[in-house]
Design a protein around this ligand. Structure first.
Ligand code: TGC
Ligand code: FAD
Length: 406
């Protein structure tokens, strides 16, 4: 719980009531369907009811609210683009983006929970799994009965996952899995993990590892200053016997996890914009309410400059997301286009959070406002799903045809 009790007399406490409405300077709403708007209003109400009143307390205590998993399932936040016959929403990619935007407007860690489950656990099972795997896992993941995680990163292989050392050997009636993954969102509470590991020939495959399998543990990572309401941990495999039917049969090679990342990075491009819009709206309201030198601080040119630049970047990111969403719907979006949006929008969101923090003055560092929490969260978002510089190199490769990763 926040320990700040007093506020400046002329600064009304607005965010706690969560009166958020999004900025729409270029009437981008008119590009959305009625269904998109309905989805947005229902997820926004959900966030105002189920996340905003509690998130500051969860983040301060580094508490992952496990009960949110079932609630996300009920509202359809898990696997919105997965067909309905497997429990998904059967929705388009703009709907998915809107869901991520609204959830991250509440908190990036909450969005992580949802986007990992949808894009990094359900997506590979749907895309690369057998029919039996789809039927066994997807409905339970969609409803929130089960929580999943995605294990690609290792202690010595982050930006360069192709160097992974986690491996499995064919033992006839099962596979024997050894190795470790690090920085895994949802891991400490997950019922299952989609794990990327090398076979005896060094080829990468996805395996579904279930909690309770002997030799599988998920120690929690403590001491984070970022994504404090999200549970992060390791995946440790010590001679884990994985049934052969748990291997994802329909795609192997690094391209398989990278395809999952395309979907998740797309969601992050929308999510980060949600955090940016929350910071901007909070700053806009604070600038109107906070009096210094007998005037609202919003009457000073320097504050107007900050707000104007924030709105400009938000509007550009909104247009970027909408266009990228239409390309995703048409199956035409490329990895480099997704990288551009993820990289731009997270960076813009971080800059907006920093400027919004300045506008809130000292109050900006407290939990009375969401700004500092967003800013700290975004420091993870700029690193995970490919760092800011890795996305620049993906773009550089697209432009020149020359990979500069190594
Ligand atoms: P490279 O040689 O470029 O490619 C290897 C193979 O993959 C193919 N490929 C793709 N296939 C499908 N979709 C894509 N987007 C693909 N990109 C590449 C490629 O054609 C090749 O196929 P083949 O058949 O020739 O083998 O790979 P590289 O080793 O040079 O690496 C490239 C690089 C650096 C861009 C890649 O490794 C990368 O993106 N690194 C960043 C790692 C990363 O993003 N990790 C994220 C971990 S998950 C996470 O952070 C979750 S946080 C979630 C949350 O909490 O919200
Ligand atoms: P490194 O790869 O060691 O990079 C360190 C620095 O070196 C970065 O600035 C990077 O840009 C730079 N660098 C590296 N290579 C190059 C290069 N070729 N050229 C120029 N610069 C380079 N992973 C999962 O698999 N699943 C998850 O659920 C997951 N959740 C996460 C949650 C959190 C909170 C965090 C922080 C991370 C999570 N990750 C997850 C891991 C994340 O994807 C990695 O942290 C990320 O890919 C970067 O890897 P790294 O931390 O090892 O950094």
């Amino acid at each position: 719980m926040s320990t700040i009790t007093a506020q400046p007399a002329n600064a009304k406490k607005s965010l706690k009531q969560d009166i958020y409405e999004h900025p729409d300077f270029y009437q981008i709403d008119s590009l959305l369907t009625e269904e998109h708007k309905l989805i947005r209003s229902s997820i926004r109400d959900f966030v105002k009811r189920e996340i905003s009143p509690y998130i500051e307390d969860w983040a301060q205590r580094a508490h992952f609210p496990y009960e949110i998993v079932k609630k996300f399932g009920e509202i359809g936040a898990f696997g919105p683009t997965i067909p309905q016959e497997y429990g998904g929403g059967g929705l388009d990619y703009i709907s998915y983006g809107i869901l991520m935007q609204e959830i991250e407007r509440g908190d990036s860690g909450m969005r992580s929970t949802a986007s990992v489950q949808g894009s990094l656990v359900m997506y590979p099972i749907y895309k690369f799994g057998s029919e039996a795997q789809r039927k066994k896992y997807l409905p339970k993941l969609a409803s929130g009965e089960w929580l999943g995680c995605f294990g690609l990163t290792e202690p010595d292989h982050g930006s360069n996952p192709s160097g992974m050392v986690t491996n499995f050997k064919d033992k006839g009636d099962h596979y024997l899995l050894n190795g470790a993954k690090m920085w895994i969102s949802n891991a400490p509470k997950a019922d299952l993990a989609v794990v990327w590991a090398k076979d005896e020939k060094g080829r990468i495959h996805g395996l579904i590892v279930e909690r309770g399998m002997a030799g599988f543990s998920t120690p929690e990572t403590h001491g984070k200053w970022s994504l404090r309401a999200s549970a992060t941990g390791e995946l440790v495999f010590d001679n884990v016997k994985v049934p052969k039917e748990n291997l994802l049969p329909n795609k192997s090679g690094l391209g398989a996890p990278l395809m999952c990342l395309d979907s998740a990075r797309y969601g992050i491009a929308w999510g980060a914009l949600g955090a940016a819009m929350d910071c901007y709206e909070s700053a806009r309201r604070y600038a109107a309410e906070r009096i210094q030198f007998d005037k609202p601080i919003g009457s000073f040119q320097l504050v107007q400059k900050k707000l104007s630049e924030m709105l400009t970047e938000i509007t550009k990111a909104q247009l970027l997301n909408w266009r990228l969403g239409t390309l995703m719907n048409e199956g035409k979006a490329t990895t480099a286009q997704i990288s551009l949006a993820k990289r731009n929008n997270v960076q813009v969101a971080l800059e907006i959070a920093r400027e919004a923090r300045q506008i809130h003055g000292g109050m900006g560092i407290t939990g009375e406002y969401s700004i500092m929490r967003h800013m700290m969260n975004l420091e993870s978002v700029v690193t995970y799903e490919g760092t800011h510089d890795i996305h620049l190199l993906i773009l550089g490769n697209e432009i020149t045809g020359i990979p500069a990763f190594s």
